[in-house]
Design a protein around this ligand. Structure first.
Ligand code: IPM
Ligand code: MG
Length: 373
């Protein structure tokens, strides 16, 4: 794949895929914040939007037009809003917006999906869980994203339907290295979630992950949990987890469950990474067609995904932290979007508050460095 930069471009190339439902709104909010960050940190980004999902299907006959795929391949990073909706529920499988996303993940080799889940005291009251359980919750779910039952053979034979789940040693090894290295950079704990008492694929996961950890990461605290127990422990002792590694389908389910620890689906970001620095960044929420077009969507998942992009694909920890601090600064100040506070700002207004805070913090920072130096 050719992901090299064009000779004339000095900064990074970003492709934006707004998609469907609330996707375009959270994308607009995200691009406003990204423009401010670009300006302050001198990133010299070039951003181009491309059709994707149901919107692309309606206009171009495919949820993932070739031109969109080519643009993603030529970029340094991709931002996605959300895709899908009831409008496309009855189109054939291959043309569903979700198929476009799965194909995109697979074609771009985005095998490693990071879903960080950290609670914030200002949001604890919105979680269905008791506040005492939410203290110090700070984990990353590492979900394998291009294998397993999502990508195995699917068929119908008469009244029978079949979905095949398969994993290779190599697929498990490469994501284990990602998860273990991440655990080492955090609190040093790795939890493998599987169903090794029933599934052959899970028994391979247990064997391979155990061997990789023993050989290369003996310093980690390593444990395994069956997925049904993990679903329970995520609610009963969420603060005990640091990095949770799991296969595609279990990761899909557990990440929605984990989002409830934070108070709202709209808050959580994700990064889908390939080898190297390339990645696709999207909020974990869906297209929420019921609130689409009304400036009601929570842009935090998108904004925090941008922070992940700045960190992982663009190597700008400083800019990533500026976005994260501004988002949590808003929460701290009681500025919350409408699903949490009916009197709060809309999607766009929240993004504007984040922009203001990034600017204020940057000014203070430069004043401090003038005073200090
Ligand atoms: C997610 C979503 C997707 C998935 C859908 C939209 C195909 O639920 O990113 O978690 O199942 O992976
Ligand atoms: Mg999901």
């Amino acid at each position: 794949m050719n992901r090299s930069k064009q000779p004339e471009s000095t900064g990074s190339r970003i492709v934006a895929l707004p998609g469907d439902g609330v996707g375009p709104e959270v994308m607009t909010a995200g691009l406003e914040v990204l423009a401010v960050v670009d300006e302050i940190f001198g990133l010299e980004l070039s951003v181009e939007s491309r059709p994707f999902g149901g919107a692309a299907l309606d206009q171009w006959g495919s949820p993932l037009p070739q031109e969109t795929l080519d643009a993603c391949r030529a970029a340094d990073a991709v931002m996605m809003g959300a895709i899908g909706g009831p409008r496309w529920d009855n189109v054939e499988t291959e043309l569903r917006p979700e198929s476009g996303l799965l194909r995109l993940r697979s074609k771009l080799g985005l095998f490693c999906n990071l879903r960080p889940v950290a609670t914030h005291p200002a949001l604890a009251r919105f979680s269905p869980l008791r506040e005492s359980r939410l203290e110090n919750v700070d984990m990353v779910l590492v979900r394998e994203l291009t294998g397993g039952i999502y990508f195995g053979d699917k068929r119908r034979v008469g009244d029978e339907a079949v979905d095949v789940c398969s994993y290779t040693r190599a697929e498990i090894e490469r994501i284990t290295h990602k998860a273990a290295a991440l655990a080492r950079s955090r609190r040093g704990k790795l939890t493998l979630v599987d169903k090794a008492n029933v599934l052959e694929t899970s028994r391979l996961w247990r064997e391979v992950v155990g061997a990789v950890v023993a050989a290369d990461y003996p310093d980690l605290e390593y444990e395994t949990l069956l997925v049904d127990a993990a679903a329970m422990h995520l609610l009963s002792r969420p603060a005990d987890f640091d990095v949770m590694l799991t296969e595609n389908l279990f990761g899909d389910i557990l990440s929605d469950e984990a989002s409830m620890l934070c108070g709202s689906m709209g808050l959580l970001p994700s990064a889908s990474l390939a080898d190297g620095t390339f990645g696709l960044y999207e909020p974990i929420h869906g297209s929420a067609p019921d609130i689409a077009g009304r400036n009601l969507a929570n842009p935090c998942g998108m904004l925090l995904s941008i922070a992940l992009m700045l960190r992982h694909s663009l190597g700008r920890e400083d800019a990533a932290q500026a976005v994260e601090h501004a988002v949590s600064g808003c929460w701290q100040a009681g500025i919350l979007t409408r699903e949490l506070d009916p009197a709060g700002p809309g999607t766009n207004e929240f993004a504007m508050k984040v922009c203001e805070l990034i600017e204020t913090n940057a000014d203070e920072h430069s004043l401090l460095s003038v005073a200090g130096g």
